[in-house]
Design a protein around this ligand. Structure first.
Ligand code: SF4
Length: 347
């Protein structure tokens, strides 16, 4: 008999599931707490459910999950996990400690179909979409690992392998679990969806969930952006920027424009000036990411002075700008370096 996997269901789906069995809806909230707050992976541990219900769940349902098959720890404390999914595919997640913050960068697809020229994930091709059970398990694993050492997962970013907005149903269900007060209980500002700019889905998801958005821009001109990101041919800059301006914002929040700086390609003062014109007006902030090289890439990282000059032009143009600190590059955990291939030690 195939057991129903309760991991990855939204609270509403779980309530409906219990209602179909003639059970009280609040059972779903109890189960949610056990799975996502108390890190239970066995129905037998759920002691506030009746013995009879635990027995029924154990014989007809399951809670899928997987530990990290391998992990690596960077000199700066960043941890990279490699997960093997039930069909043998592999994905990676990265946990980034920063003062009190513990941010998990999760994958939403095995590989990625968008083929951005500077990205190791794109270079390794696309295998399949991940399910919500698989996506949320990355957070379950990290949260449990952190709780065992007295720490808490504080932020989740969909910036790992894949384009989350090409897997909207499963990503949306995962976000529901992350934001539910009976699930992870994150506020929307602690969950960030990073996209290459899939315009229709961006707006739809923004209306469905009050999460934060980061959009990969990487060039201030369409010809260059299409070269770096082929998806620009379908969703050109003006449409992407217009969508960024239409995303509903909670007070004090901004949409982030991610800009990977590639030496001699998109890092000139003229590029910075064009970018500042694009984002003038206060609603969008720019996150500069000096390139993290990987084998087979024709690109290089710019010198620190070039990065500083680029940032200064943006700031002079009235655009809030942050330069992202390079994290986990020694274990290939930095932005654009995830491949999902086994390296590192077994857990
Ligand atoms: S940068 Fe993001 S969208 Fe582009 S290929 Fe890599 S994972 Fe996919």
């Amino acid at each position: 008999m195939t057991r129903t996997d309760l991991k990855g269901m939204t609270l509403t789906e779980l309530e409906e599931f219990f209602a179909r069995w003639g059970k009280e809806r609040y059972r779903a909230r109890q189960l949610f707490r056990w799975i996502y707050q108390k890190h239970a992976d066995d129905f037998a541990a759920m002691t506030d459910l009746s013995k009879e219900l635990r027995g029924i769940l154990a014989s007809t349902c399951r809670l899928s999950g997987f530990p990290a098959e391998r992990f690596e720890t960077s000199a700066d404390g960043t941890e990279k996990y490699l997960f093997r999914l039930e069909d043998g595919e592999t994905v990676e997640s990265v946990l980034i400690p920063d003062d009190a913050r513990r941010t998990l960068c999760i994958s939403s697809q095995v590989g990625c179909p968008l083929l951005c020229g500077f990205c190791a994930t794109g270079a390794s091709g696309f295998r399949r979409n991940m399910t919500s059970a698989e996506i949320v398990q990355q957070a379950c694993y990290a949260a449990k690992r952190l709780s065992e050492r007295g720490e808490r997962l504080s932020n989740v970013v969909f910036m790992g392998m894949g384009e989350p907005l090409m897997n909207v149903p499963e990503v949306s269900r995962t976000i529901g679990i992350l934001l539910s007060q009976f699930g992870f209980g994150f506020s929307g500002k602690r969950v960030t969806v990073s996209t290459a700019g899939i315009v229709p889905e961006m707006l739809a998801l923004a209306l469905a969930h009050p999460v934060s958005f980061a959009v990969s821009i990487n060039a201030a001109r369409d010809d260059l952006r299409s070269l770096l990101m082929p998806v620009n041919r379908k969703y050109p800059l003006k449409d992407v920027v217009a969508a960024m301006r239409r995303i509903p914002l909670q007070s004090g929040r901004k949409v982030t424009a991610e800009y990977v700086l590639l030496a001699g390609v998109n890092d000139s003062p003229e590029d910075a000036l064009s970018l500042s014109r694009l984002f003038r007006g206060g609603r969008i902030k720019v996150n500069l990411i000096p390139y993290n090289a990987h084998e087979a890439s024709p690109y290089r990282a710019p010198e620190a002075e070039v990065v500083g000059r680029f940032r200064d032009v943006l700031i002079a143009g009235g655009v809030q700008t942050i330069t992202r600190e390079r994290r986990g590059a020694d274990i290939r955990a930095a932005c654009g370096q995830l491949r999902g291939s086994p390296r590192g030690k077994k857990s």
